[in-house]
Write a protein that binds this ligand. Structure first.
Ligand code: 5AD
Ligand code: SF4
Length: 461
């Protein structure tokens, strides 16, 4: 009987993509994915180190896995391998095995292609944990299996890794290393494979994705705008998205892509972090709040229906009441359709963690609460504007209720409606009849196309 693999993914979409890659890599070692951790022969925690809470979750999860490992050994003598991958592995390495000696493998995001070897070694070893957190000089993308497993209607595709921006709060430049872009041809080949396997939407991923500068077929570096135009040529691909971006890397070519490429969705996650120039400078973001406002104006000029999302950090060291007030002002000026907000969490080794002016926890908590309240109000306002409108919805799968399907609007809102199951993977025009906090409901509109009579569902954007 084949062996079973369970991967638990924490953190960002890059990790979701990496988990899919690890699944592919381990297929060659005879592991097939299972949905239940209880019958797994190998468990991988793909971890996130971005905030303290995210990292702590890993240790509590490991505690539970240890119990399972012991029970399985007692019950049928089988050995369950435990691996810790991702950014906690990269950042903490040895620390993990000293806190959790029952872990078999610790590997960083740069070494996933070595998983099959590590597993083979771990199975021979008598209990010594293997740690592989190198930053190898070779291109890790080169070692991934050609035949990636299908990802469903909406797929992720990592085109860029690492970050050279060194925001003073962020561990990414340390855990994921310096910026590296995949060559254009490699991205296009993978995108074509995904579409051939049934994907209709591709989200191009990178820690700083709009800094993309991959080598093009002409031997020159291509920016993200140019890459998006090439991806948009792929037949059968209806929607393109990208995440996550830095305002400073938003060049004219990319803004023009928002104007010209219909399949590039009118929704952009463009983190600003703070609305205060003093805090933005201390964060090393290298732009002001007004630079950001002007950039959003340009983007909206290029794509008038563009909706925006952002990340915010409250309680960054030195953040005074007036700095926080500037953040609230910026939120009101931009009008986000959704956003993420976090309390500042000092990360070991980052410059901001060692500054003296740390903000007290209760101040952080109060600010987070007021910011989230404001952001929720904006999200509700935005969602309300969809009531009564007809939205093109890419159908991703079945909903919770019988006969119900679920898809996404161009603005990433989940939309529920009734339609037959074979419509998954198509675009439906859905008239929005109900606006809930985090999702929309509606009915499929059957467009009348003159003498052709009703055509059931539109295929395309
Ligand atoms: N504390 C709080 N939030 C952080 N983020 C990154 N590092 C930290 C930190 N040390 C947030 C930023 C980033 C998002 C992915 O996580 O807002 O955009
Ligand atoms: Fe971290 Fe993003 Fe700043 Fe890079 S641009 S250092 S990933 S917050």
């Amino acid at each position: 009987m084949g062996k079973k693999l369970f991967i638990k993914t924490f953190g960002c979409q890059m990790n979701v993509y990496d988990s899919a890659r690890m699944t592919d890599a381990l297929a060659s070692s005879g592991y097939a994915p299972t949905a239940s951790v209880d019958d797994a022969d190998m468990v991988v925690l793909n971890t996130c180190h971005i905030r303290e809470k995210a990292a702590e979750k890993v240790y509590s999860e490991l505690g539970r896995l240890r119990q399972m490992q012991e029970e399985r050994l007692r019950a049928d003598g089988s050995r369950v391998l435990i691996a810790v991958a991702g950014c906690v592995a990269q950042a903490e390495g040895e620390e993990i095995v000293s806190r959790a000696p029952y872990v078999d493998i610790v590997l960083g995001p740069q070494t996933y292609h070595r998983l099959p070897e590590l597993v083979a070694e771990a199975l021979q070893e008598d209990g010594r944990p293997l740690i592989d957190i190198d930053f190898p000089a070779e291109d890790k993308f080169d070692h991934l299996p050609e035949e990636a497993a299908p990802q469903g209607v909406s797929a992720f595709l990592t085109i860029q890794e690492g970050c050279d921006r060194f925001c003073t709060f962020c561990v990414v430049p340390y855990t994921r290393g310096s910026e590296q872009s995949r060559p254009v041809e490699a991205v296009l080949a993978e995108a074509r494979r995904l579409v051939a396997a049934g994907s209709r939407e591709i989200t191009l991923l990178g820690q700083n994705v709009n800094a993309y500068h991959g080598e093009g077929p002409d031997g020159r570096d291509w920016g993200l705008g140019r890459l998006i135009r090439a991806v948009a040529e792929i037949d059968g691909l209806y929607r393109i998205r990208y995440t996550t971006s830095h305002p400073r890397d938003m060049d004219d070519e990319l803004i023009r892509a928002h104007r010209d490429v219909d399949s590039l969705m009118p929704f952009l996650h463009l983190p600003v972090q703070s609305g205060s120039d003093k805090i933005l400078a201390a964060m090393n973001r290298r732009h002001t709040a007004d630079d950001y406002r002007r950039l959003v104006d340009c983007l909206r000029e290029a794509r008038p229906n563009l909706a925006l999302s952002s990340d915010f950090i409250v309680g960054f060291p030195g953040e005074a009441d007036e700095d926080f007030a500037a953040t609230l002002r910026l939120v009101n000026d931009i009008g986000y359709s959704q956003a993420f907000s976090f309390k500042y969490s000092p990360r070991p080794g980052t410059p901001a963690s060692s500054t003296a002016e740390q903000v007290p926890e209760d101040v952080k908590r109060d600010r987070l609460e007021s910011l989230q309240q404001l952001l929720r109000a904006h999200q509700e306002t935005f969602n309300q504007t969809q009531a009564g409108q007809v939205l093109p919805v890419l159908i991703e799968g079945e909903g919770r209720e019988a006969g119900q399907l679920v898809g996404r609007s161009p603005y990433l809102q989940p939309v529920h409606f009734s339609a037959p199951i074979h419509r998954i993977g198509q675009i439906a025009d859905v008239a929005i009849s109900e606006v809930l906090t985090n999702s929309l409901r509606g009915e499929v509109v059957i467009p009348r196309t003159g003498s052709d009579g009703p055509s059931e569902l539109r295929v395309g954007i």
